[in-house]
Design a protein around this ligand. Structure first.
Ligand code: PRX
Length: 635
């Protein structure tokens, strides 16, 4: 039996039990047998959730890019590492071999170094899904700089906040991006952001759309001429196992985004091991995850996990609906994709279209399908299973978070029998707990509670950049000695887990994690707005959509409500990005508040879901009269 390659359910249980009984021995074996180290660790693991402090493979030395690139060169140097599929289907796909990737990453590392980037510096990457994005990520890792990738759909304000929070000295961007039929002018978004970012010394610009851009003297440089001059070898920096590899921002229920800090060694071991098993990865597979590298899914399961296994990973620049709704399936046929990993929201959107878009293509290469980011409803699951998987490719419904670094709950394909809407069993080494509201663990089967993790796993985030107290408060203060996920979950009679959704003020819209507070802050900056509250409501395609209740400053506001709604959404687009726009905006005379001044969101959620027959106990409300008014005018 190999611990690295789980072949049947009995093996899964055996290996799982070992990973729980002797976690240190278990992870030590995995780390030893499947990765290259510059120096062995002296201690496998140390932890204390009350601080919280976690370290894996202490004092071990490595560079993750040697594991993701160098070690493959002599065995699979000519194999495609990154298969780039452009936005425009008429533009040629690029097959970047491991040898080429090595050279491109080394050249980029030399450029970073020449531009003054040192080990530990933060570099912001704001790029579309083009090969330079993966190359920049890997080059940062190679020189020991900490990358902070910001999804290129975020606005200039959101970008500036992320650049300043971790004090990035460099930004890597492009003149623009292609997105379906549109082009987006990324460089001018960066220019706007940098007005407020005094710490940024240099900006490297990739040419992608060949647009005219403004280049600021002394700060901005085109990347290509620098690469042309750069050397094609670069000795990887030796990193400590616990040195930060990257920062990735995620929304919180309150305040500014949280810069989750991930380590080098633990993250590598866990993402590689999960990738191998959860996607049943075999040497000649062509694996495709449709996420953007701007999110954790792209970090772990487009870049690091696949490359650490020597896989071919597809990077797709486009959108599922361009040039038509068959694009995903066209790409699957064209590149003979074997594993396909996407979000339920994309499945729901495509399931609404004619099956002719699917049936035109040969999907027989597929052997594993995956979903991530939000619960998948039964209808979408069956559509995916019947029409894409043709009832023969197992679906892995993978539950995890930016904070967990890698997949935590998921079936193992061809091993774990799947049940629609259930993420099924904890992955190896993941010790779950369901807690009741009094802080007691619910140990029996068939219970529902708050989902916690009671033992460290190698890829867990180590802190929030610059705010360790917030890390403790957000994840470790709710339950003693537990990491609290913020999600609720059910466990059924066979021990399968089903995620029921967030139990805090984070709303998952189209698989994107959105905190209510930053959106409310953006709305409240509109000069006509006095106060606002956002809740989620069920939406056919997005899973959840956003409903805003807005109090205007002046009762007799003369502007048309439609114009105000547009302005409010414009305000959100500028502060956060279009992903956070509201589907519905209701102007209200007041918000239901408790005597302590807290908005009773439960009531607003019911109004938004058109389910006001039973509002529950509203006796603690200070202003019950507004509830009636809100219900009367509900949209
Ligand atoms: O609520 C859960 C939901 O997405 C949250 C994490 O969001 P983020 O950090 O952006 O990472 C998304 C990609 C890993 C979780 O707290 N979520 C993620 N996967 C699932 C899910 N909800 C249900 N089922 C899933 N498979």
């Amino acid at each position: 039996m190999s611990n690295y390659n789980i072949k049947n359910l009995e093996e899964y249980f055996q290996i799982y039990r070992k990973s729980v009984r002797e976690p240190e021995n278990f992870w030590e074996e995995i780390a030893e047998e499947h990765f290259v180290w510059r120096k062995r660790w002296t201690n496998v693991m140390r932890w204390d959730f009350s601080k919280p402090e976690v370290a894996w493979f202490e004092n071990g030395k490595l560079n993750i890019t040697e594991n993701c690139i160098d070690r493959h060169l002599h065995i699979r140097g000519d194999k495609t590492a990154i298969l780039f599929e452009p936005n425009d289907p008429n533009e040629k796909a690029q097959h970047i071999s491991y040898n080429e990737l090595y050279e491109r990453v080394c050249k980029m590392s030399n450029v970073l170094k020449e531009q003054g980037v040192e080990k530990g510096d933060r570099v912001c990457i704001y790029l579309p899904m083009i090969p330079e994005l993966a190359v920049s990520v890997l080059a940062c890792a190679r020189v020991g700089a900490i990358h902070s990738v910001v999804f290129a759909g975020f606005s200039s304000n959101a970008l500036a906040a992320r650049i300043n929070d971790c004090d990035c000295k460099m930004v890597i961007t492009s003149d623009g991006s292609f997105r379906g039929p549109k082009t987006i002018d990324l460089k001018s978004i960066v220019d706007m952001a940098l007005v407020d970012c005094p710490g940024v010394e240099s900006v490297l610009v990739v040419k992608r759309i060949n647009s005219e851009v403004n280049m600021k003297e002394g700060r901005d440089q085109w990347l290509q001429p620098l690469l042309d001059k750069a050397g094609s070898k670069y000795t990887a920096e030796v990193m400590d196992a616990e040195d930060p590899l990257f920062i990735l921002y995620t929304s919180g229920s309150t305040g500014k985004p949280k810069g989750m800090v991930h380590s080098s060694a633990g993250y590598m071991v866990f993402t590689a091991y999960t990738f191998k098993n959860i996607f049943n990865y075999q040497e000649n597979d062509v694996y495709w995850c449709t996420a953007d590298i701007g999110w954790i899914t792209g970090h772990s399961y487009i870049v690091y996990g696949p490359l650490a296994n020597g896989a071919t990973t597809v990077m797709f620049e486009g959108v599922p609906t361009y040039p038509d709704h068959g694009r995903f399936w066209e790409v699957v046929e064209k590149h003979k994709v074997t594993q396909f990993y996407t979000a339920p929201t994309a499945i729901r959107a495509l399931a609404k279209e004619s099956l002719a878009f699917v049936d035109k293509y040969d999907l027989t290469s597929l052997k594993v399908l995956g979903t991530v980011g939000e619960p998948i409803n039964e209808e979408a699951w069956h559509w995916y299973n019947n029409n894409i998987g043709k009832n023969k490719s197992p679906i892995v419904d993978t539950w995890w978070q930016t904070e967990t670094g890698g997949i935590m709950i998921s079936p193992i394909p061809y091993v774990t029998p799947t049940t629609p809407t259930f993420a099924t069993l904890p992955f190896i080494g993941v010790q779950l707990a369901l807690m009741d509201e009094h802080g007691q663990e619910l140990k029996e089967k068939q219970v529902e509670g708050r989902l916690c993790i009671k033992y460290p796993w190698p890829a867990m985030a180590r802190t929030i950049w610059g705010d360790h107290k917030r890390y403790y408060d957000t994840y470790f203060s709710a339950f003693d000695n537990m990491y609290f996920t913020g999600d609720g979950a059910k466990r059924d009679a066979v021990g399968y887990y089903r995620i029921t959704g967030r139990v805090d003020d984070v709303i998952i819209v189209s698989g994107h994690n959105l905190g209510t507070a930053p959106i409310e802050d953006a709305i409240n900056e509109h000069p006509a707005v006095a106060e606002s509250a956002i809740v989620g409501f069920p939406h056919d395609i997005k899973g959840n959509a956003l409903y805003g209740f807005v109090i205007l400053k002046e009762v007799g506001e003369s502007r048309k409500p439609e114009n105000l709604r547009k302005e409010i959404n414009q305000q959100i687009t500028e502060h956060i990005g279009p992903i956070a726009k509201l589907d519905k905006i209701q102007f209200v005379p007041g918000l239901p508040k408790t005597r302590s001044g807290k908005i009773m969101r439960r009531i607003l959620r019911k109004v938004a879901a058109k389910d006001t027959s039973n509002l529950g106990d509203i006796s603690t409300l200070l202003n019950p009269e507004v509830v009636e008014a809100i219900i009367k005018d509900a949209l």
